[in-house]
Design a protein around this ligand. Structure first.
Ligand code: BF8
Ligand code: SF4
Length: 622
């Protein structure tokens, strides 16, 4: 297959061709060899016990050996995806909470409380009185409180109370307010064990509860505590794509999800002694760039360049210009190990939870994190003279990131009367038709990045303000959609708003755990007034056109459970059961006022989103 078939990104194409020439196997080569299985893809392959595995036809007759029907099997699989996604985001949050606790106690050199304003706000939302407490004491209380919410057995997780009152009542009525984060995930695994919960609506209701424990729990905790430790993002300029790698610098790539060690690496590369070492081996300096959500985290707060999204991880190494790649958890391809061995790159696993065969493990331990960071930098410098087969694509693009929900308030409302009022007014007067969140992964089974770009161009041309996170944000940035000049592509109403405040029509809101920022933005819109009393009334929509991970399903489900209709591209894991699909694509509406939809074509997806937004406008009488 030609490289152009996979993407229109020239940098990616060049590296696919380079790896093909050099006999290096990447995700783009492997995907051509692997056919998808229709039972697995549609959700009706059950491997929950060894009376099976059972592949079940959706003909109303067929069943697994235990009698499980297609809708039960697909619902169980779907719910397990939610549980795994919620677990990933929440375990990330746990790690951040432990570091916050250690930092507050002075046991984590290199870490400190950066954002006291956020610390106060979070403390209050957790029911902690901040008055009269110094920042370390308060941070300790905050960390202990959120850690307790993982193992809490009864009651409600705190951030649920941030949601609009009406939304809380919806959840109350359905009995799906999360009690404790770990509890809901464990119960989801229990219920989907062989022979437990076998009624698909009942399963999905707990799926929603588990997803809410992610969105208003794990993910929100990760975002908030990271803001406390590293600062709440404000708009910042940076660069994106493989062209950010520097031919004359030691290049270190940080990849994965937890911005803990990466923040320390950013400190370490400023160390004069290490810079002198770099110069001694002939490098002009040390360049740090990110991949995946780690990239988004340090981009949002520090403007660190982004080398690429998930599908560019192996290709970054294939430039031959990366001395070290540091990974922790999630979205890290095992194929990296093999690719790194073909070049001079030293690959490091750093989380106690994740290793790759044959790869150096240098564990991040917050007690001595800075030492670990320096060791990595030292070893990267030592690799610089071993470079060979170097070819760095020229492509790089400017972008603006840093749109936390707090920042959106300042940008639109102004420093002296920061509020969502101007956004609400612009939605009411129709300059902005509505808001769409375009989030999630990239997937080599579709033309990578192109779906994001096509969809987003269509949306902004129709006056839909777009909020992006995750790999979708990186892909849109590469296409030049995250600069103020992109307003030229917007419809006249949206363009006017963007030009008045000098913002792009596509706002980068952060990593995938930062989708929790979008829940808060939606909540702020409701609380500002004039657009209904619940999130489900606001003209907004979510989507993940190139999704691939279980985390994406968890995110999609917490959006839906929070009242936001969500569209996914690629394939959809319920389509093997008509009954279950009917429920997720429609029936869910009766429960939570929102539903999923599946649309692989980006233009058709844009039309569906716009029609959905228009229907919400009509219902509001605007
Ligand atoms: O959490 S968008 S490929 S990097 S899962 Fe992974 Fe998907 Fe990228 Fe971040 Ni999110
Ligand atoms: Fe088959 Fe039922 Fe076992 Fe699943 S749980 S593998 S459907 S027998």
């Amino acid at each position: 297959m030609k490289a152009e078939a996979f993407t229109s990104c020239k940098a990616t194409q060049a590296m696919i061709e380079k790896t093909t020439r050099e006999g290096v196997t990447t995700v783009f080569h492997r995907v051509q060899e692997k056919k998808t299985c229709p039972f697995g893809s549609g959700g009706t392959c059950c491997r929950l016990c060894y009376m099976g595995p059972c592949r079940v036809k959706d003909d109303g007759q067929d069943a697994g050996v235990c009698g499980a029907t297609a809708e039960t099997i697909a619902a169980r699989n779907f719910c397990r995806m939610i549980a795994a996604g919620a677990a990933a985001h929440s375990d990330h949050a746990r790690e951040v909470a432990l570091v916050l606790l250690a930092a507050a106690r002075g046991e984590a050199p290199g870490f400190e409380i950066k954002d006291e304003e956020k610390l106060w706000a979070v403390a209050q939302d957790l029911g902690i009185d901040p008055v009269g407490k110094n920042k370390n004491r308060l941070a300790e209380e905050v960390a202990l409180k959120v850690l307790a919410e993982f193992g809490q057995q009864e009651g409600e997780i705190s951030f649920i109370r941030r949601a609009p009152q009406k939304r809380q009542e919806v959840w109350q009525k359905l009995g799906i307010i999360p009690r404790g984060i770990d509890r809901e995930i464990v119960e989801m695994l229990h219920r989907t064990h062989m022979g437990v919960d076998q009624e698909y609506v009942h399963l999905l209701l707990h799926g929603m509860r588990t997803a809410l424990a992610d969105g208003w729990g794990g993910s929100m905790i990760a975002t908030e505590l990271q803001d406390i430790l590293f600062g709440t993002p404000v708009p910042i300029r940076a660069k994106v794509n493989l062209g950010v790698l520097k031919p004359d610098h030691v290049n270190i790539i940080v990849h994965g999800h937890e911005p803990l060690l990466p923040e320390l690496i950013l400190l370490a590369v400023k160390d004069e002694e290490l810079l002198a070492q770099a110069r001694a081996v002939g490098a002009k300096g040390i360049n740090v760039a990110g991949i995946c959500c780690t990239a988004n985290e340090i981009l949002m707060r520090k403007g660190v360049p982004v080398a690429g999204s998930v599908l560019q991880q192996e290709l970054a190494i294939a430039t031959g210009a990366v001395e070290a790649m540091v990974v922790d958890v999630q979205c890290i391809m095992q194929g990296l190990g093999q690719v790194a061995r073909c070049y001079h790159t030293e690959l490091f696993t750093t989380s106690s939870r994740a290793r790759l065969p044959g790869v150096t493990h240098l564990e991040f331990d917050h007690h001595r994190g800075l030492e670990v960071a320096k060791e990595i930098v030292r070893r990267a410098i030592a690799r610089f003279p071993q470079r060979r087969k170097v070819e760095i694509p020229a492509e790089e693009m400017d972008l603006i990131a840093g749109f936390s929900h707090e920042t959106i308030k300042y940008i639109l409302g102004g420093r002296f009367r920061a509020s969502y009022r101007p956004l609400n007014d612009n939605i009411i007067n129709g300059r902005i038709r509505g808001v769409a969140a375009v989030v999630g992964c990239s997937n080599p089974r579709v033309r990578f990045g192109d779906l994001h770009a096509t969809l987003v161009r269509e949306l902004i041309a129709n006056d839909v303000l777009v909020l992006v996170t995750g790999c979708a944000a990186i892909n849109c940035a590469k296409e030049g959609l995250l600069i103020p000049e992109a307003a030229e592509m917007a419809g006249s109403g949206l363009r006017e708003v963007c030009e008045a405040v000098g913002m792009p029509p596509v706002l980068h809101c952060g990593s995938c755990v930062d989708n929790s920022r979008l829940l808060m933005a939606a909540t702020e819109i409701v609380k500002e007034g004039g657009l209904g009393e619940d999130i489900s009334e606001v003209p907004l929509c979510g989507c993940a056109p190139e999704w691939m991970s279980e985390k994406a399903i968890a995110i999609g489900q917490y959006f839906v459970a929070s009242g936001v209709t969500v569209g996914f591209g690629v394939a959809f894991p319920t389509t093997g059961s008509a009954k279950l699909s009917e429920f997720v694509f429609g029936g869910m509406n009766e429960y939570v006022g929102a539903h999923w939809f599946h649309e692989p074509d980006p233009v058709a997806m844009a039309r569906t989103i716009i029609a959905h937004i228009d229907a919400k406008r009509k219902a509001l009488g605007i």
